[in-house]
Design a protein around this ligand. Structure first.
Ligand code: UDP
Length: 400
C-alpha cells in the first residue's frame, strides 16, 4: 500500500491527517489479521522515524526518504520520482509484492509507474477527487485533474466508499477501463459504542444538564466548522455548548481557526464554544458519548468517518446532504440531512434533538444499530477478493 503524503501512524484530526490515515491503518491491520502480508510505504517526515516499523504480525510501515522532512504538501509532486525509486527498490529487494494499492492521487501516480515497471496489478482509492471538490467550491489545480485522469485510465480497480461516490465518480469521470469496487470504510466497534453520557461529561468536565453539540474534524473551510458555530447561535440556547475537536489543516487552516473565533465573538457565542486539540482516536469516543448531537456540515465528503463513529456511539448526526453522508445518515431515522448547509435548518434539527430527549434517544439507538453494518474485517474481505480478482484478470493498459 502506498500512502505517500501522510502516515497511517499519524494522529488524525489536523494537518493532512484524517480519515485516509484511519482507513489505511485499519484496513492494513484487518488484512494482516486475515493472513495477508501488508506493507505501507509512506514518506519520512521526522528524523526519528524508523526505516521499518513492524506494527503487528503481518503489517509493517516503511518510512521512505523523499525530500526534506518538513516539505509542504504543495511541494510533494517534486519528490514522486524519488519516492517511487525507493519503493521499487524495496519491493525488488526486501518486501516483494503481488499488488500495489494507492491511497490519494499522489500515491496513485507513483503506483501507476510501479504497475508498469514491476508489472503489478494496480488498485487505487482516491479518498477525495478534484472534480467533486470543485462542485463544493474548492478548486484544485489542472495538474491534479490531469493526474487523476492518468490514474483512472490505467488503474485495474478503483475503490469507492459507497454507492453515492460511485454515481458521483461515473457522472464526473465517465466509465473507467478498470472496475469500480465499493469498499466501505468502517468503525472500530470496540472503541466506538454507546456509553454513559453522564460519565463521559464528568470525564470531560462538562455540565450534565445543558445541550452539548460536537464538531470533530480537521479545521478547514471544506469541513464547514463555521456552519456549526452559526447553527449554535441560531439555536438560541444560551446554556448550550459547542465542542470543536481538531486542529488547523491545509493552507487555509490557520485562517479558518481565526475566523471561527471571530465569528463566535461576532455572534455573541464565544463563551459557548470550546476548542480542543486533536484527540487520539480511542479517546474520541468519550467526546461522542458526551454529546447530544454531532454536527457534520461539510461542503463535500467522500464518506464521513466522524458521522459513522458518532452513530456507532448512539449519537444522532445532523449533517449536510452531500457525498457519503447521504449513505450514512437516514434522514429522520438516525439523524438529519440538511440541504445547502443552511445554519437555520441545522439549528431547527438540533432543536428537534435537544428539545425531545425521547425522540433523540430513538434516533441514537437506530444510528448505533445501523452502524453495526460497517466493520473493518468486512472492508478487508472485500479487498482480499478484489486483489485476487485483479491478480488473475487481464490488466488494463494505457499503453505507457
Ligand atoms: N479524528 C481523530 N481525532 C481528532 C479528530 C479526528 O482521531 O481529534 C479522526 C476521526 O475519528 C475520523 C477521522 O479523523 O476517523 C476523520 O475522518 P473523516 O472521514 O470524518 O474526515 P477526513 O479527515 O477524512 O476528511
Amino acid at each position: 500500500m502506498l500512502s505517500l503524503h501522510t502516515s497511517p501512524l499519524a494522529q488524525p484530526g489536523s494537518g493532512d491527517s484524517g480519515g485516509l490515515n484511519v482507513y489505511v491503518r485499519e484496513v492494513a491491520s484487518a488484512l494482516a489479521h486475515a493472513g495477508l502480508e501488508c506493507t505501507t510505504f509512506t514518506r519520512r517526515t521526522r528524523a526519528d522515524q524508523p526505516d521499518v516499523l513492524q506494527v503487528e504480525p503481518g503489517y509493517r510501515v516503511v518510512h521512505v526518504d523523499a525530500g526534506a522532512h518538513d516539505l509542504p504538501k504543495e511541494a510533494l509532486p517534486s519528490v514522486l520520482g524519488e519516492f517511487g525509486d525507493a519503493v521499487i527498490d524495496h519491493v525488488k529487494n526486501d518486501f516483494p509484492a503481488d499488488i500495489v494499492h494507492a491511497n490519494y492521487f499522489l500515491s496513485g501516480l507513483v503506483a501507476h509507474r510501479i504497475k508498469h515497471e514491476l508489472e503489478l496489478p494496480f488498485v487505487t482509492t482516491f479518498h477525495t477527487l478534484a472534480k467533486v471538490k470543485a462542485e463544493g467550491g474548492d478548486v484544485e489545480s489542472q495538474w491534479r485533474h490531469d493526474a487523476e485522469a492518468e490514474i483512472v485510465g490505467c488503474a485495474d480497480a478503483i475503490c469507492v466508499n459507497c454507492s453515492e461516490e460511485e454515481h458521483q465518480f461515473r457522472r464526473l469521470y465517465g466509465n473507467p477501463p478498470g472496475r469500480i469496487e465499493i469498499v466501505s470504510p468502517a468503525v472500530e466497534h470496540a472503541f466506538f459504542a454507546p456509553g454513559d453520557r453522564g460519565g463521559a461529561r464528568r470525564a470531560l468536565e462538562l455540565p450534565e444538564d445543558v445541550p452539548v453539540l460536537l464538531f470533530v474534524g480537521r479545521i478547514q473551510p471544506l469541513k464547514g466548522p463555521d456552519v456549526a458555530v452559526q447553527a449554535l447561535a441560531a439555536l438560541g440556547r444560551p446554556d448550550a455548548l459547542l465542542l470543536v475537536v481538531g486542529g488547523a489543516s491545509g493552507v487555509e487552516g490557520e485562517a479558518e481557526m481565526a475566523h471561527l473565533h471571530r465569528l463566535a465573538a461576532d455572534l455573541g457565542v464565544s463563551g459557548q464554544v470550546r476548542f480542543a486539540p486533536p484527540q487520539p482516536h480511542h479517546i474520541l469516543s468519550t467526546y461522542y458519548r458526551a454529546a447530544d448531537a454531532v454536527v457534520v456540515p461539510s461542503r463535500s465528503e467522500s464518506f464521513g468517518l466522524v458521522a459513522l463513529e458518532a452513530s456507532a456511539c448512539g449519537v444522532p448526526v445532523v449533517a449536510s446532504a452531500v457525498g457519503g453522508l447521504l449513505t450514512l445518515v437516514d434522514h429522520g431515522e438516525t439523524g438529519y440531512l440538511v440541504p445547502d448547509r443552511d445554519p437555520d435548518l441545522f439549528a431547527h434539527y438540533l432543536r428537534e434533538i435537544v428539545d425531545h430527549p425521547g425522540h433523540a434517544a430513538a434516533l441514537g439507538r437506530r444510528a448505533a444499530e445501523r452502524a453495526t453494518r460497517y466493520t473493518w474485517s468486512f472492508a478487508a474481505a472485500r479487498l482480499r477478493r478484489l486483489y485476487t480478482d485483479v491478480g488473475v484478470r487481464q490488466q488494463v493498459s494505457c499503453g505507457a
